[in-house]
Design a protein around this ligand. Structure first.
Ligand SMILES: C[S@@+](CC[C@H](N)C(=O)[O-])C[C@H]1O[C@@H](n2cnc3c(N)ncnc32)[C@H](O)[C@@H]1O
Length: 445
């Protein structure tokens, strides 16, 4: 992508920043979004930012343009069964528990995928429910997918996906729940009939909206990483009102309610944390010191070519890691590194696995070594920042997060983060900015 010479000045950008926060909850930053703004200004024949701002805030065509600008600023990264550990918890623990509770009374189940993008998350919920719920036809199951971006919602309704989107769907589920249409995967009607998609702006709460009340299971993942802290706090208050007491909230890996809301209690599972809406009148539980989690899900990326033995060992380590066999994967990685101490993918995976088994010092060491090999790897710094934060080494955490931003400043927003095949530099940046905001607001001190 071609970059404009200078970003808008903070002064010129200030009104847009406030407008975008109020309208959509977004935390935007002048340097990052100036190109988008300038392109839209050019398209509509505006030379001055103030004139474009006045257009956006008056009249119906300005309103349409504001909608289009907001849609352009959304980041649409998603896939089926993203963050496998959360789906395991939903299928093996939470849904069976809800089904046991409800089976003799009102047999209803309400799920909401808030910020559903092109629908993969909502359909993943539907497939998980179908797998878990015996006699689904005797239940009133409703799954709602909502998003601010209408283009994404049209794609969601069409339910047609690429091989890449469905790569984490187990082969037998692919057979059962999709039809192959000209090399693409079409979600079948047996799944679609439980799912509805509608536009809904999470930053504009209308408490009377009955589409989203009494929710049992709410997914809102990788949405608030683009929000300001204040918008996130307001959204969590909204969610607390919309969830059934005892209902569950799933957030993305980089998102937390720590110091954001006390209406939920964290429930820790081996590889993930889910939040439970507390019953009114219950006093909030202190948040446990959560184990350090690597910032990202283990990617399921095939490895780049290596010397044959190394390649096999690394591949086996990835396979074991993806099955959750962390302690078995680690010796394989150490063996790889004995032969080739410059294998940055081995260091990355090793660091991630040490995090998973709560060995944060060893994880830090592995990420530092990854940085010896590639000193400008933003993911290594991001993971180090998360570990330091967990260890309450706040100055070091801040330094690590700032290094992430420094590196990302030189990368195109849409380019991919190495070793995180699904993540763009824009998403990593947003997650990092939010971590820094929390640290700098001193909320953890
Ligand atoms: C990165 S995607 C996450 C998709 C999915 N939840 C996941 O984790 O795979 C973020 C989504 O949030 C939506 N979004 C952003 N701001 C929103 C708002 N104010 N209201 C509703 N949706 C919003 C975007 O349009 C985008 O589809």
């Amino acid at each position: 992508m071609k970059h404009e010479a200078a970003p808008l000045s903070e002064e010129a950008f200030g009104p847009f920043k406030r407008l975008l926060e109020n309208e959509a909850g977004f935390a935007v930053n002048a340097a990052f979004f100036s190109n988008t703004l300038r392109a839209r200004m050019r398209e509509h024949g505006f030379e001055k930012a103030q004139a474009y701002y006045a257009f956006l805030t008056t009249g119906s065509s300005g309103k349409e343009e504001l909608k289009a600008l907001i849609e352009q600023l959304t980041v649409g990264e998603t896939s089926f069964f993203r963050y496998q550990a959360q789906w395991d918890v939903l299928r093996d623990v939470l849904l069976p528990e809800l089904i046991r509770e409800r089976r003799l009374g009102e047999r209803s189940l309400r799920c909401w995928s808030a910020g559903c993008c092109s629908g993969e998350e909502a359909y993943s919920i539907a497939m998980t429910v179908l797998e878990t719920l015996p006699q689904v036809e005797k239940w009133d199951v409703r799954i709602l997918g909502t998003d601010i971006n209408n283009d994404y919602l049209r794609k969601a309704e069409a339910g047609l996906y690429s091989e890449r989107s469905v790569r984490s769907v187990p082969p037998d589920w692919r057979q059962k729940y999709f039809n192959q249409v000209e090399g693409r995967y079409a979600v079948c009607d047996a799944v679609k009939r439980f799912v509805r998609f509608e536009q809904y702006n999470l930053a504009q709460d209308s408490p009377a909206d009955s589409r989203v009340s009494d929710v049992d299971v709410l997914f809102c993942r990788n949405v608030t990483i683009y929000f300001t802290l204040e918008s996130t706090k307001r959204l969590m208050e909204q969610f607390a009102g919309r969830l059934h007491p005892g209902g569950y909230l799933f957030l993305g890996h980089a998102e937390t309610l720590w110091q954001i809301s006390d209406r939920f209690e964290p429930v820790e599972f081996p590889q993930t944390v889910i939040y439970r809406r507390m019953h009114d009148g219950t006093s909030p539980m202190p948040e446990p010191l959560l184990s350090p989690r690597p910032f990202l899900e283990l990617p399921q990326a095939p490895l780049p070519a290596k010397a044959p033995d190394q390649h096999v060992l690394l591949f086996q380590a990835w396979e074991l890691a993806n099955q959750g066999a962390y302690t078995q994967a680690i010796p394989l990685l150490l063996k790889v590194l004995e032969e080739d101490n410059l294998s940055d993918e081995a260091y990355h995976l090793l660091g991630t696995l040490y995090c998973r088994i709560d060995q944060s010092e060893k994880a830090l060491e592995a990420f530092k070594r990854a940085l010896y090999v590639d000193p400008i790897n933003p993911l290594a710094y991001m993971n180090m920042g998360s570990i330091y934060r967990y260890q309450r080494r706040l100055k070091e955490a801040e330094r690590a997060f700032k290094n992430v931003l420094k590196i990302l400043d030189k990368r195109a927003p849409e380019s991919r983060v190495p070793f995180a095949e699904d993540m763009s530099c824009a998403s990593l940046r947003a997650a990092c900015v939010q971590q820094l905001q929390v640290l700098q607001a001193g909320v953890e001190r």
